[in-house]
Write a protein that binds this ligand. Sequence first.
Ligand SMILES: Nc1ncnc2c1ncn2[C@@H]1O[C@H](COP(=O)(O)OP(=O)(O)OP(=O)(O)O)[C@@H](O)[C@H]1O
Length: 261
Amino acid sequence: MIADDSAIVARRMGVRRGGRWLLRPADFDVTGGVVGVAGPPGTGKSTLLATFATLRRPHVGALGILGHDIGNAHSVRAVRARIGYLPDRFSWAQGFTVAEFIAYSAYYKRVPAGTAAAMLERLELGEVAATELALLPPDMRLRAGLAATCVHEPDLVLLDEPLTGLAEPEANALITLIGALAPTVVVTARAIEELTGWCDRLFALGRGRLIEAAAAPPPVASPLATGPVPSVPGPVTPPARAGADGTERSARLAVGTGACV
Ligand SMILES: Nc1ncnc2c1ncn2[C@@H]1O[C@H](COP(=O)(O)OP(=O)(O)OP(=O)(O)O)[C@@H](O)[C@H]1O
């Protein structure tokens, strides 16, 4: 039984698929902020995210999401209403216009139509509201996906490789927006460099292990610098929207941390 209000609490949780461990039994906690999980294709990012979304059960151990033990069927129903999950390469409703897609999402999430309209504006989709999803460029299609995912204002948002395939300017424009979607956002990417500089915490997934890496590269020391040495960034302080090093979330392609998996 997990009695902890953290967004994600794993206790000896292990995830298997295709006859192998994607995550060997491990303990970890996510209390809030933007959390990045990086790993090459096939390491298990999508499966882990689907587990956090309660669509899959851990093979062993316990998983708490937003204070609910997801080993309990009643808890799963309650917690799903507070999660926003956008799978990798989502391809729903290609024939819907942006406005229809968000309105439909609002309808099945029992959210008033006015909230859907507000979300459309918040994601800066007003100009393409009448355009079909299939005709949108990738970044605008992602914005529509984010709007539909978050129309019910979830407490935990799970985004599977949202920035994969986007050009750097479009990706950078979305980073601040992604960080503001919910008190806790988990985002995956193939390379840790894509997440460095704007996520509050970073993990590398590979060979069945989830290893935490430094969330920001250490500041370059100036030979003329005086005063105390800056400390290593501490744990996430939700719902801070600045990066863990206090900078804006604009340095998506900052120098990597060298974390190995
Ligand atoms: N339908 C399936 N049946 C059996 N095993 C699967 C299936 N889908 C995935 N797997 C196994 O799970 C592993 C992890 O897949 P997953 O999609 O979670 O990884 P990923 O890191 O998200 O990769 P990608 O970036 O390609 O989506 C795969 O390497 C494969 O061994």
